[in-house]
Design a binder for this molecule. Structure first.
Ligand SMILES: [Zn+2]
Length: 165
């Protein structure tokens, strides 16, 4: 399974968290793959995609966001302060969403996802689904829904800006 399910989720969430830049939402959904592609290319799968480590990475993302938004708030005046907890919870949950989406996606292709520290403990959801339908549900669908919601949101934003002017 590819990346479009993850990215699509980032686009969907932007509608509900206008204070967070889109690229940060997308990077958060892909954070675990980015880890796997860069530092952990020679490390076992569980270090990035295991359930336990995914939770750890989500917590790391949560606290990193707390510190960064605190820093950004200090630099700005109080009226435009970022809601620290809201923003950090969203980022942490998006990082963890990667594991959930991969669990479903990998199960479709008959692959298990690690639970703890070694690859022998794999979680595999037991369901049979046509690959084309799987791609529609997990990849193409979320990307199209994400883009539609995002474009609608941007249009709405532009309209309200014109009305304000
Ligand atoms: Zn992945």
């Amino acid at each position: 399974m590819g990346v479009f399910g993850h990215i699509g989720l980032g686009f969907i969430i932007k509608r509900f968290t206008p204070q967070i830049p889109l690229w940060i939402l997308v990077v958060s959904t892909m954070f675990i793959d980015l880890l796997a592609m860069t530092f952990f290319i020679f490390a076992p799968l569980w270090t990035t995609h295991g359930l336990f480590m995914s939770l750890i990475w989500s917590i790391v993302a949560f606290f990193s966001t707390v510190f960064i938004t605190k820093y950004l708030n200090n630099k700005r005046d109080i009226n435009t302060s970022i809601d620290i907890i809201n923003t950090s919870v969203v980022i942490g949950m998006l990082v963890f969403s990667h594991w959930v989406i991969d669990l479903i996606g990998w199960s479709m292709t008959g692959n298990g996802i690690p639970l703890l520290f070694n690859d022998s403990q794999l979680l595999l959801l037991d369901f049979q689904i046509d690959l084309i339908i799987g791609l529609l549900i997990m990849e193409i669908g979320p990307m199209i829904v994400g883009l539609v919601i995002y474009i609608h949101y941007i249009r709405h934003l532009k309209k309200s800006q014109i009305n304000k002017a």
